[in-house]
Every structure is written in C-alpha cells, then in structure tokens.
Design a binder for this molecule. Structure first.
Ligand code: C5P
Length: 233
C-alpha cells in the first residue's frame, strides 16, 4: 500500500507523541515532526521515532543563507528522516545547495520539499512584505523555482493542488495539509479539503493532525482516512 497519509505529531512532550504512536501502524501512515515537538525533544526523539519503523517528515522549514541551510539539511538527513523541507522563498541558490547537500546519501537520501506560501498568509499580508503577486501566483512561482532547484516537491494547500498538478509532472510531490472529513472541526484551518478530493486534485501526501491525533480512536480515524482515499490512489 502506498502510504499517503502523514500524521502530524503536534505535541509538546515526547510521552504524548510516543503514546499516539503506540496506537498507529507504521505500515499505514508516515508521521511529521514539526517545530513544537522538535524544540521540546530534539534529535533523540526523531531517531527514536525512526527506530520504531515510522517514516519521518522533519518539518523544520529551514530558511537561512545557503551554506547554513545546506549544513542543517545534511545533519537532518543523518538522523534518518524520510522527508524534510526548506522555505522556497529562501531562493534558488539556497535550495540548490540544500539539494546538493543530500547527494552523498545516494538513493537513501530523504526527499526535500519546498514550502511555498504559508496558508496563513493572505494577499494583504504578502503586500506588506513587498510581494505584489496574489497568493496563487506566488505559490506557482515558488513551486517552479523549487522544481528548477531539483527539489522533490512542495508543500501547498489543497486549493492550489489542482493548478500545480496540471503544470508539474506526476513524480513532483505535492504535500497538502488542511485535510478534513465532513464531520471534522476545521480548527484554525481556513481552506480545507476532504481526503478524496485532495487526492483527486493531485495531492501526493496528505498531512493530517488533529482529526487523527485527537480522535477517540486514532487507529480507527487513520483507517477511515485510508479507506476514503483507497479508491482514488
Ligand atoms: O491538525 P491539522 O490537521 O490542522 O494539522 C496540520 C499540520 O500541517 C500542522 O502540523 C500544521 O503546522 C501543518 N501545516 C499547515 N499548513 C501549512 C503548512 C503546514 O497546516 N501551510
């Protein structure tokens, strides 16, 4: 089975993350460790989660001068993660050097994806940082820049998936958060999509947090999400 669901381990303590991992099967999903859990627990937890057999997406969104980002990417890859990311707005040279930093890992290298425009940013927010393009144009621009730098894909909202998939090859990964079933609360997510809809629109991987991690039975919630996308994968 192609594991398309990435469960977001948005916790502030290792025990909480490890308890959740006891109830889900690494054969049925991958997991994401972001800034909160990483800041709380550091690389040792990342290594522990990898050792449990989970593919880890290390979501630290690096953005710095090229040399610094390349060095950070190399260290992250040494932890054995499956995927990691950088901000595409860090530019072509930064992304290119980050990608080259992974060359020595050969076919074991983690996937490297670019963050386009954060889904929390609106057109006025972009204008205030000097970007005149509307969010969709900016997402496209940064997705093409990520591809030109040799990255494996981008993180984008479900709203942009269809447009990007039409312009980019199938093997270019589109990683999509903001996934909700009809019965789920949106939480702070403004633009949400159903799991089957996101896959139909061309998403490669769905990042799902609270609808699984806060479910009464995370195991059942994960099964439901997997069934919802099974006929569309
Ligand atoms: O709980 P929920 O399903 O909203 O979690 C979504 C996850 O995806 C969170 O870890 C969040 O930080 C992440 N994310 C997002 N929107 C982005 C990028 C990442 O929701 N644009």
């Amino acid at each position: 089975m192609e594991k398309r669901i990435i469960v977001a381990l948005d916790f502030d303590r290792a025990e909480r993350a490890l308890k959740l991992l006891e109830s889900i099967d690494p054969a049925l999903c991958r997991v994401k460790i972001g800034k909160e859990l990483f800041t709380a627990c550091g690389p040792s937890l990342v290594k522990d989660v990898c050792a449990l057999g989970f593919d880890v997406f290390l979501d630290l969104k690096f953005h710095d001068i090229p040399n610094t980002v390349a060095a950070a990417v190399r260290v992250a890859a040494n932890m054995g993660v499956w995927m990691l990311n950088v901000h595409a707005s860090g530019g072509l040279v930064m992304m290119d050097q980050a990608r080259q930093a992974l060359d020595s890992f050969g076919s074991d290298r983690p996937l490297l994806v670019g963050v386009t425009v954060l889904t929390s940013m609106t057109k006025p927010d972009l204008e205030r940082i000097g970007v005149q393009a509307n969010p969709e144009e900016q997402v496209s621009k940064l997705a093409f820049l990520s591809r030109d730098a040799g990255l494996d894909g981008v993180v984008c909202s479900a709203a942009e998936t269809r447009l990007l998939r039409a312009q980019l090859p199938d093997e270019f990964c589109l990683v999509t958060p903001g996934i909700r079933r009809a019965e789920d609360a949106g939480g702070d997510q403004k633009r949400v999509a159903g799991p089957a809809e996101a896959i139909r629109n061309g998403s490669s991987y769905l990042v799902i947090g609270r609808p699984i991690t806060r479910a009464e039975s995370p195991e059942n919630a994960l099964k439901e999400f997997n069934s919802a996308i099974a006929s569309h994968s």
